[in-house]
Ligand binder design. Structure first.
Ligand code: HEC
Length: 174
């Protein structure tokens, strides 16, 4: 993936030079996003955090858009909706919809805060992910999230997805 990102950066750089716009991504910027955490936890970095520890980071970096309780404010809610998916008014949140806790880490690490991604270190990311899980009633306030415990968290909608077995999806039939 690194090669592809570097090629894309070089291509952008060439375009930028031609039109005198933009700049090449720095190696640090590429490193910050060029990591992938799989649903089974592969790729999760060292580090740890609890919901209690995540409150400060969440208040400073996330509440502005997602609300102090994760209820949604300028942007969508991160909390609630459990049990609504099969009703006429489904509320899809990380808590009600997402099948894996590990991909919350991946997403937050890669994309949040929306206006400054890559800002949080691994401990801060584990702790805000723990807080989101805790606000959804999935883990306790002092449960430590790390590369070993996060993959073990069972999300409420884990079994709510149906595997796509059409041959062109490349997935094996089970
Ligand atoms: C400037 C506003 C802003 C801030 C600050 C922000 N977010 Fe977001 N967040 C967004 C937007 C916009 C989306 C939807 C992005 C999309 O769909 O492409 C989003 C989506 C998300 C999602 C996915 C929600 C879903 O159900 O798909 C998560 C999880 C999330 N943010 C967590 C965080 C965390 C944790 C922080 C703090 C570290 C944070 N966000 C800070 C604007 C923000």
């Amino acid at each position: 993936m690194l090669k592809v990102t570097l090629l894309a950066a070089l291509a952008l750089c060439a375009v930028g030079q031609k039109y005198n716009a933009g700049r090449a991504a720095t190696p640090e910027e590429i490193k910050a996003t060029d990591q992938f955490m799989a649903p089974d936890g592969t790729g999760l970095p060292p580090g740890k955090g609890t919901a209690a520890e995540g409150r400060e980071t969440y208040s400073r970096r996330c509440a502005r858009c997602h609300g102090q309780q994760g209820q949604g404010d300028e942007e969508g809610p991160l909390v609630g909706g459990k049990g609504t998916l099969a009703t006429p008014k489904p509320l899809k949140t990380v808590g009600s919809f997402w099948p894996y806790a590990t991909t919350i880490y991946d997403y937050v690490h890669r994309a949040m805060p929306f206006d400054n991604p890559g800002l949080l270190d691994a401990n801060q990311t584990y702790s805000v992910v723990a807080l989101i899980l805790h606000m959804n009633g999935i883990i306790g306030e002092k449960d430590e999230m790390n590369a070993q415990t996060l993959p073990k968290v069972k999300m409420p909608n884990r079994d709510g997805f149906i595997r796509d077995t059409r041959p062109d999806t490349g997935k094996k039939k089970k």
